[in-house]
Write a protein that binds this ligand. Structure first.
Ligand code: ADP
Ligand code: GLC
Length: 484
């Protein structure tokens, strides 16, 4: 089976969030199962710098006013997964991240940049190009709005149509642009309809994908249900309900090699479920590194996140003084919303011994926080899957999460019954507000003082299997179904 996996980011060559982790790990897991999965990535400067590629000689005319792109081929740093790199310097060779310039503003031509990626995917799967590349995808697996025009382009192409699977990692990002952008995308006006990519008078890339793709998937089964409701569907719940027979929810896994406390090279000390003494060393060293009071018994709460509305960090800001009053410490790594950045920075100044705020993106520090913290905060308003709660459990750091999306599907709440069954792995609250978060943190801090119970919960969490194995098999089955 041959599959083209199209994505706007893939760890370790380009990452802004969980999509990159999935795009790095899932194709590799599928290749282990014998599926010939190849990535298609934009030729961002960082991608061309990170992997060596050669020109395949294939040149693709993509959009009316954009230079033709050269298709390059290389391998991901794992040395296994082939990756086609779409080299189109005017669109992709820039500083900044995949979606924003260095000031954090969205690139004004994002509609062109990601329409080009989608068009390239449709073209790569067409028989004449496939022949030149000696790779004929039987299926195209797209991810999020950045690749969601792929099935729309295919729909209007005369060549053979390949089944398209669209994975929805986040309904909050839809790629909505003014109708006047349509001609530049090279799509006909007839596509601008309710039965197409029109969404309340605008062009919506995600709507196009939801409408034209053969199958829709999202990254947890709870989120697959949630997005069919008004609160989580962002106006697309009707279409999703209409397509519910072609919608599945396959839970993400995590890369258990990269996230393994027993071997992780970023840590100050390694440890495992049998011997957790290294975890205390990590806590002490991180308290020192970040200038916190070095107190082995102070419960350390960690957080690593994009600072957006989604993640509920405004609730954390509201209740932090009350949490600190219980003798806890808090360490956060993240970037995004400037109001949240400022509020966190102010708190760090007010409580220098108890709060550490690092703004920015730091790979090593993220691993160290997972290892050093006792508790991980993830009070998301919505969370399609979420990876950090799984990294946390694997590192014996008990998560506090809101019961939504993939958080609901992965964290087994500490209740008397789950304690008896040795299944509890974290703390779960329901109501979307700061008060509910605070109550749950206070409950967790009480449990933390019962060392033997806490140790049992850590073991439960560390022994859960969050590897890709199970989900990769489910994707393989879905691929087979769709290409049959
Ligand atoms: P989302 O994709 O919504 O941001 P996920 O939990 O699925 O949320 O994935 C986030 C990923 O990005 C995790 O691997 C997390 O460790 C990483 N991450 C987020 N912010 C930072 C940061 N500031 N520095 C390092 N890694 C980060
Ligand atoms: C999105 C979601 C996150 C999910 C990730 C990977 O960014 O916000 O919940 O884990 O995609 O699927």
């Amino acid at each position: 089976m041959h599959v083209l996996f199209v994505t706007s980011e893939a760890y370790p060559v380009v990452k802004t969030g969980g999509l990159a982790d999935v795009s790095g790990a899932l194709p590799a897991a599928l290749r282990q199962l014998g599926v010939d999965v190849r990535l298609l990535l934009p030729g961002y400067t960082c991608v061309l710098d990170a992997i060596s590629t050669h020109d395949t000689g294939v040149v693709l005319p993509l959009l009316p006013d954009v230079e033709a792109a050269h298709v390059r081929l290389g391998k991901m740093p794992d040395g296994e997964t082939p990756v086609y790199v779409l080299d189109c310097p005017s669109l992709y060779r820039r500083s900044g991240d995949p979606y924003h310039d260095e000031q954090g503003l969205e690139w004004p031509d994002n509609h062109l940049r990601f329409a080009a990626l989608s068009k390239a995917a449709a073209l790569l799967a067409s028989p004449n190009i496939a022949l030149k590349l000696k790779f004929q995808p039987e299926l195209i697996h797209c991810n999020d709005w950045q690749t969601a025009l792929t099935p729309a382009y295919q729909h209007y192409m005369s060549s053979v149509q390949r089944p398209v699977l669209l994975s929805i990692h986040n309904m909050a990002y839809q790629g909505v642009f003014a109708p006047k952008s349509l001609p530049a995308l090279g799509l006909p006006w007839e596509s601008f309809s309710v039965q197409g990519l029109e969404f309340y008078g605008s062009v919506s890339f995600l709507k196009a994908g939801l409408f034209y793709a053969d199958w829709l998937n999202t990254v947890s089964s709870t989120y697959a249900q949630e997005i069919q409701t008004k609160d989580f569907g962002y106006g697309l719940q009707g279409l999703l309900q209409h397509r519910q027979d072609h919608l599945s929810g396959l839970l993400n896994g995590i890369d258990i090699q990269q996230w393994n406390p027993a071997t992780d090279k970023c840590l100050f000390a390694n440890y495992d479920a049998e011997d957790l003494s290294g975890k205390a060393e990590n806590k002490q060293a991180l308290q020192q590194q970040l200038g916190l009071a070095v107190e082995p018994d102070a419960p350390l709460l960690g957080c690593i996140t994009r600072l957006t509305e989604q993640k509920g960090i405004d609730w954390v800001v509201q209740v932090l003084p009350d949490i600190l009053a219980e003798g806890a410490q808090f360490v956060i790594l993240g970037s995004g919303d400037s109001k949240l950045e400022q509020a966190l920075t102010r708190l760090a100044h007010a409580y220098p011994q108890q709060i550490s705020v690092t703004l920015g993106y730091h790979e090593t520090l993220s691993h160290r926080i997972e290892a050093a913290a006792d508790i991980f905060l993830m009070p998301s308003r919505f969370e399609p899957c979420g990876l950090n709660q799984m990294y946390s459990m694997r590192y014996g750091t008990l998560p506090i999460v809101r019961r939504t999306g993939g958080l609901a599907d992965t964290v087994i709440p500490v209740t008397p019954a789950h304690i008896d069954q040795h299944t509890a792995t974290g703390f779960v609250f329901e109501s979307p507000n700061a008060e509910a978060l605070l109550q749950t943190v206070q409950y967790a801090l009480v449990v933390y003082r019962h060392k033997a119970l806490w140790r049992m919960l850590q073991r439960n969490a560390m022994q859960r299997d969050f590897s890709w194995q199970h989900s990769a098999q489910a994707y393989f089955k879905l691929y087979q179904q769709l290409s049959a």
